[in-house]
Design a protein. Structure first.
Length: 457
């Protein structure tokens, strides 16, 4: 039986896909469910499973080729079957780099020596681009690296704007880092890994016997301001993911009438329970976000009107809590789906959510993990954000924005004390639900987090 392998549509906004790597070679036997090919979408790299059995007779689109959704990229068939008509299909040419701007970006004045343009200032160091720096971008010439450091062939350190910004703030020397981005480019995760890596201690003279040892004082990261660039601005090409975000967000924010409800949660009991659970040997580490996921899933069962979306002239109400978890990547944002959170214990949510986020950052998500969420959560607490509002990810009807757990003065029973508080804001589609529904849902999430033992039953 002949099975055609098509470029799948893995998201509503996906129009084309790029073949990154064939996981089977021509002539290899294939069974249904085998991982066959890795493709790049507008969101992530995804490993696609085979839906037929036989032999991979023909690879129609070679690695690096980009084709529209629905176009044939390979053929699976029995060894004796005639596939000559399909084999005549020409493979797509590998996609080239993003074209440079037609004209150079205007500068404030001609610069005798090129200078680096820092990453654009913003409230969060959230995104950076995987695209090559355009030809019009100027860079600062660096001193020669040490002999043990990687030496780029073009005489400069290749790093994304965000990586340079984080390195400048933390004092990390980019010349000593091996980049893992495209073409050996240094990206955010490389700087963060170098920041936490142990550094060799400098040799010191032996201390006299009986002399007191000096107390080690941890070094505090320095705030380093990058040099002011000569160029007035630069144009950086969008990554495919950023381009998809730019296209989809107006489709959500403009047509969907958002409204917002905010509540503050007392997290003292949840924080204490989390510390006790994380002190147990052999148990997975629980994060605040894991507890929020579980609380949201249980609250969705009690408030099915929030677990809903507009479906033509009807409202589709979901009876399962499939939670989309917003994950920040170097080139954009992705929301992989953790399914049936209402039926999973907290420990399993902790393991699966961490695995899902790690594979999202590594571009190893499966096709079924990229769609099907009934509700999403966006947590910026790790960036010291106290409160924010998120944009609904269509076709979902709501999304919850979660801020940091902060210690602040609180008054209880007429007494002042220090408590842990966390703000959360739900964004709702007013065509599907109203303010009272959103408020009741937040009340239930708040109660579950303030009485966290309910999350363990």
């Amino acid at each position: 039986m002949i099975t055609k392998v098509f470029m799948p549509k893995l998201s509503d906004a996906m129009e084309t896909g790029k073949v990154i790597k064939w996981l089977k070679k021509e002539g290899d036997p294939v069974k249904g469910g085998d991982l066959l090919v890795e493709v790049e979408t507008d969101k992530a790299n995804v490993e696609i499973e085979a839906f037929g059995a036989g032999v991979l007779r023909k690879i129609v689109v070679a690695e690096g080729g980009t084709v529209p959704v629905g176009e044939m990229i390979g053929v699976i068939a029995d060894p004796a079957e005639d596939i000559s008509s399909m084999a005549a299909a020409a493979p797509a040419k590998p996609a080239g780099p993003a074209p440079a701007a037609a004209a150079p970006a205007p500068a404030a004045k001609p610069a005798p020596a090129p200078a680096m343009a820092p990453a654009a200032a913003g409230p969060l160091p959230a995104m950076e681009s995987y695209q090559s720096v355009p030809a019009t971008t100027a860079v600062v010439p660096l001193a020669p690296a040490a002999a043990s450091a990687p030496s780029p062939t073009d005489g400069r350190v290749k790093a994304s704007p965000l990586a340079r910004k984080i390195a400048g703030q933390t004092g990390v020397d980019l010349r000593l880092i091996q980049g893992t981005g495209p073409g050996g480019r240094i990206i955010r995760r490389d700087v963060e890994a170098a920041k936490t890596a142990p550094r060799p201690a400098p040799a010191s003279a032996p201390q006299p016997a009986g002399a007191p040892r000096p107390t080690a004082v941890p070094a505090r990261p320095q705030f380093v301001i990058p040099p002011r660039p000569e160029a007035e601005f630069e144009d950086v090409a969008m990554s495919p993911m950023r381009a998809a975000i730019a296209k989809r967000m107006p489709m959500s924010k403009a047509p969907v009438p958002h409204f917002y409800v905010t509540s503050e949660v007392a997290m003292d009991e949840a924080w204490a329970l989390r510390e006790r659970l994380n002190a147990l040997d052999g148990q997975p580490k629980i994060s605040v976000n894991d507890m929020v996921i579980k609380a949201v899933a249980l609250a969705l069962l009690k408030n099915p009107g929030i677990n809903a979306q507009l479906n033509g002239q009807a409202i589709r109400v979901h009876h399962r809590a499939h939670i989309g978890i917003a994950v920040s990547l170097d080139q954009g944002l992705i929301t992989p789906v953790l399914r049936d959170c209402d039926a999973k214990p907290l420990a399993r949510i902790a393991v699966e959510s961490r695995d899902l986020a790690d594979r999202a950052r590594g571009g190893k998500l499966r096709a079924q993990e990229m769609s099907g969420a009934t509700f999403s959560i966006s947590n910026l607490g790790m960036y010291d954000v106290e409160e924010f509002s998120a944009i609904i990810n269509p076709p979902e009807g709501a999304i919850l924005a979660v801020g940091s757990v902060l210690q602040k003065p609180v008054v209880e029973d007429g007494e002042l004390r220090v408590g842990r508080r966390m703000k959360m804001t739900i964004s709702c589609d007013h065509r599907v639900m109203d303010g009272a529904m959103g408020a009741r849902f937040l009340q239930d999430v708040k109660r579950l987090l303030e009485e966290p033992l309910r999350l363990l039953v």
